[in-house]
Structure formats: structure tokens, C-alpha cells
Design a protein around this ligand. Structure first.
Ligand SMILES: [Zn+2]
Length: 309
């Protein structure tokens, strides 16, 4: 049995974002608190006892408080059910939560060498002592099984694959500590329960739905996919900033080459958007964008949503 808990569904900044007065943020702050969402991350478990996080968002502390499955075991003075964290990119909203996991509990960080190089180059991550917080490099197209604290297999097999993307925004025009090769900056994951063969895809960032990706995802039982922006230029047209979706490495939901159109007709059973920016009008229930999204068979999850495969 594979359990998946959506810890958060929002993109960087969350909903509402601390300094944002856009319609979505205002509505989430004032009239509709159910719109509030923390930054994207999911937790997975094959045994219901040991858990792995897919990315560690800056909202991790709040997410852990809200998720009983991730609380310390009863009667234990120092304990966490979290055995490891798998990182799919080096963006702040994927790695900053690691800093909330100091205080000496052992776990393993699984990441591509490019992302591990980012952690290594930033001395603040040294608070996670490598003796107790192991760094385990993962390779593109090489399946691995994250391990439990006793060294045994977790029963979960993860296949990382490269998807079109960009390096972390804060590394723009800087020397990447992990080198110049573009592969490894943005990973998708195929996550499989070894005992039952149940599986799903996790792609929180993706700049382009290529034919290769369509072939890979065809027939998938469950897909979490990048839902950052509805339109590529929405942040500019709303006066919120100068970034485009493409510039940040995210394909839009709408449009001819957008995710909804590109991933239609592939017989994907359940399609869930994740990493949704507060500028995205599809967050508003009843909006034309939300209706179009749902009509196309997509969902936007509430934080805390649990799916059992
Ligand atoms: Zn906003």
C-alpha cells in the first residue's frame, strides 16, 4: 500500500504570500481561509510507519504540525517517522525546509549531485551534520530504494528522470556549484510500491511537455504536475513582477502548449496540479479558469489530502 499525503500545494511564497495583495492572496487572507496553502511537498510511505518527504518546503514546520502521521512516536523523547527527503530541484521552496530538520535526528537526503553541490556550497546547511544526515546522490534514469533507519529497504522504488527546466532562480547568471551541465536541475520522479506495483508520477517543475514526457506519462494512474501559472505572462499582466512562467522553468496550465492541452488524451487516471502560484486565477473556486481545469479532469488539492494507492 502506497500512502501519499499532500503537505502543501502552493508555489514559492505560498497562499497568501507575505507581501502580496493580489486577488487570490487577499481572498485567502480575508474571506476564504480555505484557499490558504503551504509550499509544495508530499510525504510518501509504503508501511504507514516510515515516511519520506518529496522536497522540504519552507513551510515544513507548519506542515509537520498539521500532519499526525509525521509526529514523533508516542513515548519517545526524540523521534521522527521521517526517514529521508528526496529533492527534485534546488529552488528555495524545495530545500529551505531542511533547515527546520536540524536538532540531531538522523535521516537521509537523496538528491542529484547538482543539488547536493548547492547544499555543500552553502555553509548554512552544515547544521545538518553529514554524520547523522547522510547525503545520497541519485542519478537520472537509475532507480533507487530509499532505506529505513535500520538500513533495510523501504519498499518504495523511485526512478528519477530529467524534465525540461532551469537551475534555481537565485543561481541566475552565477556559477552553479554543481557545474554547467543542465541535466539534474529539475527531476521528475516515478514512485512505485515494490510489493503491489502501484505507482504515481511527481513532477513539481517542468518547463515543457515534450513528446518523450507524454510517452512516459501515458496510462499513468496518478500524476502530480507543475501548476505554477495559468498563463505564461500572468505575473506581468497582473503587475506582480517581471518573471514569466517559462523564465522560471514552468510550463503554463493553459494554452496550446500548456499542461492541460498537452497532457489530454493520454489516459492518465488522476491528474493533480501542484506548485500553484498565488497569481494563478485557477485557485479561485468558481473562476472560469478553475472550471476549465476541472472540466479537463484536473484537480487542485487541499493541504493534507491523503491518497492511498
Ligand atoms: Zn498574491
Amino acid at each position: 500500500m502506497l500512502r501519499v499525503v499532500v503537505l502543501g500545494a502552493a508555489a514559492g511564497g505560498g497562499v497568501p504570500q507575505w507581501n502580496c495583495g493580489c486577488e487570490v492572496c487577499r481572498t485567502a487572507r480575508e474571506e476564504h481561509p480555505e484557499l490558504r496553502s503551504t509550499q509544495a511537498s508530499v510525504a510518501i510511505s509504503a508501511d504507514g510507519e516510515h515516511w519520506f518527504l518529496i522536497n522540504a518546503s519552507p513551510d515544513l514546520r507548519q506542515q509537520l504540525i498539521a500532519t499526525p502521521q509525521l509526529h514523533p512516536g508516542r513515548g519517545k523523547l526524540r523521534h521522527s517517522p521521517i526517514a529521508g527527503v528526496i529533492l527534485t530541484n534546488g529552488e528555495i521552496d524545495a530545500i529551505a525546509g531542511l533547515l527546520s530538520m536540524r536538532e540531531g535526528s538522523p535521516f537521509t537526503i537523496y538528491a542529484h549531485p547538482k543539488v547536493l553541490a548547492i547544499l555543500k556550497a552553502n555553509s548554512i546547511f552544515d547544521v545538518l551534520n553529514e554524520k547523522s544526515v547522510r547525503r545520497e546522490p541519485i542519478e537520472i534514469d537509475a532507480a533507487f530504494e530509499p532505506v529505513l533507519p535500520d538500513g533495510k529497504g523501504s519498499g518504495i522504488e523511485i526512478l528519477p528522470f530529467n524534465v525540461p527546466g532551469t537551475s534555481a532562480w537565485y543561481l541566475r547568471d552565477k556559477i552553479h556549484p554543481g557545474g554547467n551541465l543542465s541535466d539534474g536541475d529539475t527531476l521528475g520522479l516515478l514512485i512505485r510500491d515494490k510489493a503491489t506495483n502501484k505507482h504515481f508520477y511527481f513532477i513539481a517543475a517542468c518547463a515543457d511537455v515534450t513528446d518523450e514526457l507524454k510517452v512516459r506519462l501515458a496510462g499513468a494512474p496518478l500524476l502530480f504536475f507543475d501548476g505554477t501559472v495559468w498563463r505564461d505572462d500572468e505575473m506581468i499582466t497582473q503587475g506582480l513582477g517581471t518573471k514569466t512562467g517559462q523564465g522560471m522553468g514552468h510550463v503554463s496550465m493553459s494554452g496550446e502548449v500548456g499542461a492541460i492541452e498537452s497532457l489530454a488524451g493520454l489516459d492518465i487516471d488522476r491528474k493533480i496540479f501542484l506548485h500553484i502560484n498565488n497569481s494563478n486565477p485557477a485557485l479561485l473556486a468558481g473562476s472560469a479558469e478553475r472550471e476549465a481545469l476541472e472540466h479537463a479532469g484536473w484537480q487542485i488539492p487541499a493541504d493534507g489530502t491523503e491518497i492511498v494507492l
